[in-house]
Design a protein around this ligand. Structure first.
Ligand code: 5AD
Ligand code: SF4
Length: 479
């Protein structure tokens, strides 16, 4: 979601006449040479507050920017994203070098707010809680020509005790299905072939009340042969489109070749969703389903609403319907109250489920969450050890899973040239795994059959498969 917001911010700023020189990861020292933070007039950071580590990096970057500001007092420093929602104006006192704070629902006001800071030289915050943080805009500056992020809902109505998202992003709000469909069609019209649907709880999407709530919807008609994305929910006598139905709708857009989505909650991972994935090859063969812990006791403490057994059954059913599905997950190591036995249950879960990949994080207390009232009682070194051991275990499993793909030929979307070598291309398999292979740049944006030959640091090395219909060679055959 953050990347999408950054693309929107970039597009809006460019349309307002700003020259966007980022994204930057390394600050150049004050007075240093070359392009870097020292050269910019405005520096904006789009922030995440899900884990403490991400926040600490922003705080230390703010400290550095304070030093740069001493030599360049005209520099404007701004923050966007979840940290703004979490800390609000309090950050102005702690960081007097901070000029601007823009809430997740106020991105479109960014250019005007920067002008306001430049004019008044006062600290300015716009953190309005009403409205929706999704802005579909054709001013967006997409980094890739063929891939687009498409937020379909924001916020979360679940109450996982460790998680700050319900605080920073608020209650669930879904974009009306018509709007999603229209935006996806517009993107495809611009040449986009792969779309990733985004939402903090993407599979609990509920594009309810579409007909009445969309400005201008009555003037919109679906393309010929496509049913409007609306179903009448007779019990509630309301229009409702749930996630599986939305997916199926989007699959019907001609020219849209791949649809991925993230992030899903196990409670909303339904049989209907699995059936839709099974019958639509356009839907990504990677399913990301956070487990968090393999211990029922900890899952209950986390208020995850599922047991390990429920979760495992769902994965089993999904694998039955889509045998080649690749499953990835999120795990938290060292949550409040996690005993050695709970930790062993998580290890066992990784061994039993054999994920293709897992994001594994050390638990960090987030202020204001329900778990902030529970003791953070797993010592740092124990958390660290469990985290490392889980990462090692998963690394082994991921490697074995990836090795299982070697020798196979898969349909690869050619995304870009490779960052490392001339005449090498970067593509994505149907399981969203990276593959590099030799080929001409004019293949970028097309699909190719690629043989997976080797694997290095989780990236496959491949080769374009010979065509099954070889062209006749000059001078032979064909009159
Ligand atoms: N500490 C550690 N990891 C967390 N996550 C969310 N909140 C926390 C926290 N307080 C992880 C979860 C989630 C992912 C996006 O971040 O695993 O699925
Ligand atoms: Fe956070 Fe996801 Fe739980 Fe919502 S479902 S509270 S976003 S972890």
């Amino acid at each position: 979601m953050n990347e999408y917001d950054s693309e929107v911010a970039t597009g809006l700023l460019e349309a307002a006449g700003f020259k966007v020189v980022g994204p930057l990861t390394q600050p150049s020292p004050p007075g240093g040479e070359g392009k870097g933070e020292g050269d910019a007039d405005v520096i904006l950071m789009n922030t995440c507050s899900v884990r403490e580590h991400a926040e600490e990096r922003v705080f230390s970057r703010l400290g550095m920017l304070g030093k740069i500001k001493r030599t360049n007092p005209d520099l404007i420093v701004g923050l966007m994203g979840c940290m703004v929602e979490e800390h609000k104006e309090k950050l102005f006192q702690r960081f007097p070098q901070l000029d601007l704070m823009v809430g997740t629902r106020n991105v479109k006001e960014l250019p005007a707010l920067i002008e306001e800071v430049a004019r008044t030289r006062k600290q300015v915050a716009r953190i309005r809680q009403d409205g929706i943080s999704i802005e579909y805009t054709d001013l967006i500056h997409r980094r890739g020509k063929f891939h687009a992020w498409l937020p379909i809902m924001t916020g979360c109505d679940k109450v996982c005790t460790f998680c700050i998202v319900p605080i920073t992003r608020g209650a669930e709000v879904s974009m009306p299905a018509r709007e999603v469909f229209r935006e996806a069609s517009r993107l495809v019209g611009e040449g986009v072939k792969c779309i990733t649907l985004l939402g903090q709880n993407v599979n609990s999407y509920n594009g309810r009340d579409v007909a009445g709530s969309v400005a201008g919807a009555s003037s919109w008609a679906p393309p010929p042969g496509v049913d409007p994305p609306i179903r009448t929910d007779s019990r509630a006598s309301r229009h409702a489109v749930l996630f599986p139905e939305l997916l199926e709708m989007l699959c019907r857009i001609e020219g849209l070749e791949r649809i991925s989505f993230t992030t899903s909650h196990p409670s909303d991972a339904t049989e209907e969703l699995f059936q839709v994935i099974a019958r639509n090859p356009k839907i990504s063969r990677r399913f990301h389903l956070p487990l968090q812990s393999g211990s029922d006791r900890i899952l209950k403490r986390m208020k995850r609403l599922h047991t390990y057994e429920d979760y495992k059954k769902k994965i089993g059913r999904l694998r039955e319907l889509v045998p080649d599905i690749s499953i990835t997950t999120d795990i938290i190591a060292g949550f409040s109250g996690e005993t050695e036995e709970d930790y062993q249950a998580t290890r066992k879960a990784l061994e039993e489920i054999r994920y293709d990949g897992a994001y594994i994080f050390k638990y960090s207390v987030r202020a204001g969450t329900p778990a902030a009232n529970l003791p953070d009682d797993v010592p740092q070194e124990v958390k660290g050890r469990r985290n490392c051991e889980l990462l090692d275990l998963q690394r082994e499993i991921s490697l074995e899973k990836n090795q299982g793909f070697l020798g196979s030929t898969v349909r690869v979307f050619v995304e870009d040239k490779s960052a490392k070598k001339e005449n090498e291309l970067l593509g994505r398999t149907p399981h969203e795994k990276k593959v590099v292979f030799s080929g001409s740049r004019n293949l970028i944006g097309s699909f190719r059959q690629v043989i997976l030959l080797d694997i290095k640091n989780e990236t496959f090395l491949g080769e374009i498969a010979p065509s099954p219909f070889p062209l006749p060679q000059r001078g032979r055959g064909w009159g």
